[in-house]
Design a protein around this ligand. Structure first.
Ligand code: AQP
Length: 328
């Protein structure tokens, strides 16, 4: 029997999950369940690399798991759990850290950006090593992520190769899966900057759980330009191009076709079409979210962690053996 390829990806439970996270990565997570072996994780150890409030964090962890379940992550088909509940992630991260040159970490752009905003610490610095461990732990073949994770994915591939060259073939070399249209959804308030959970301006992002009237308002007030022709040009018309990307990813029509359709009708009608498409996309997720019970979600995650520990240990014994440590 042919074995199915394996997909791994993670989501940080840091605040609100937005349309960039959804269209850049999470929508693909759901679709991959049909044809791949899928392992998905709420990466809570990554989230504590920036300042946070423990009480809020507790709620955000459950909320992130709940959003993913509401989107259609199916614990019967996917391994789904909290990263902190599977200690092999942290163990492998330490091992990979011993073969990561600090010069490589110094070049990571996300570290520089986040350290500038939130202050630097060792966890934030070695964030890409933990991310490499997450991916390599299960020998994932494919990693669905947004464009902002491209550099980290390259580093994970590089670490797998370094490890294999030194200790023998243990890891697969994973590939990034980055969507063509929605790999980098931009802020609605500043379409030259990436939409980001840590942006304090909530008008900059549509959240997956925003009610329809809020989505409508946010899309209508998205920053665009004064030339009223709808056309795709990321440099000259970044705001309109961003909305075309969103509409395209929600409807499945290409940005060219959509630009043709809305070219001369004015920005009002175009923005309404985008708002309607987003509202339609998120309506079933909101409904499913409201029906989920926190205690049930915690139970699902606990069961997922037990299964994940067993699976992770199966791989991790090979790593320990390869580097000269003993089986436990
Ligand atoms: N703007 C985006 N467009 C497309 N994809 C995006 N992703 C993030 N922002 C965009 C992708 O979403 C997945 C989950 O992201 P994460 O939880 O790991 O956190 P992140 O990349 O740090 O997300 P944010 O929103 O940008 O948070 P902050 O403010 O903390 O930097 C990833 O696959 C990511 O690529």
């Amino acid at each position: 029997m042919e074995t199915r390829k394996k997909v791994f990806s993670g989501l940080q439970p840091t605040g609100n999950i937005h349309i960039g996270n959804y269209l850049g990565a999470l929508k693909n997570w759901v679709n991959f369940q049909d044809s791949y072996e899928t392992v998905y994780c709420v990466v809570d150890l990554h989230a504590i690399t920036v300042p946070y409030d423990p009480a809020e964090f507790k709620k955000d962890r459950i909320a992130a798991a709940k959003v993913l379940l509401a989107m259609g992550i199916d614990p019967q088909r996917s391994m789904f759990y909290f990263q902190s509940q599977v200690p092999q992630h942290a163990e492998l991260s330490w091992i990979l850290g011993t073969m990561t040159p600090t010069g490589v970490l110094n070049r990571m752009t996300q570290f520089k950006e986040k350290a500038d905003k939130a202050g630097s610490n060792l966890g934030l610095y070695s964030y890409p090593v933990l991310m490499a461990a997450d991916i390599l732990l299960y020998n994932a073949d494919l990693v669905p992520v947004g464009d902002d994770q491209r550099q980290h994915l390259e580093m994970a591939r590089d670490l797998a190769e370094r490890f294999n060259n030194r200790f023998g073939e243990v890891f697969h070399i994973p590939e990034a899966y980055i969507p063509e249209v929605s790999a980098r959804i931009m802020s609605l308030s500043d379409p030259t900057a990436k939409m980001s959970k840590s942006d304090p301006n909530l008008k900059s992002m549509v959240l997956v759980l925003d009610p329809p009237d809020v989505i409508n308002k946010k899309i209508k007030s998205a920053v665009t330009d004064s030339d009223p022709v709808v056309r795709y040009d990321r440099t000259v018309k970044p705001g309109i191009s961003n909305l075309l990307d969103i509409l395209s990813a929600c409807t499945g029509s290409s940005t060219d076709v959509l630009a043709g359709e809305y070219a001369t009708g004015g920005y009002g009608a175009f923005k309404q079409a985008v708002a309607d498409a987003v509202i339609e996309e998120f309506a079933p997720i909101r409904l499913a979210y409201d029906r989920l019970d926190d205690a049930e979600v915690a139970r699902i995650m606990h069961k997922g962690a037990l299964d994940a520990r067993t699976a992770a240990e199966g791989y991790q014994v090979k790593v320990r053996e390869a580097i000269g440590l003993e089986r436990i």
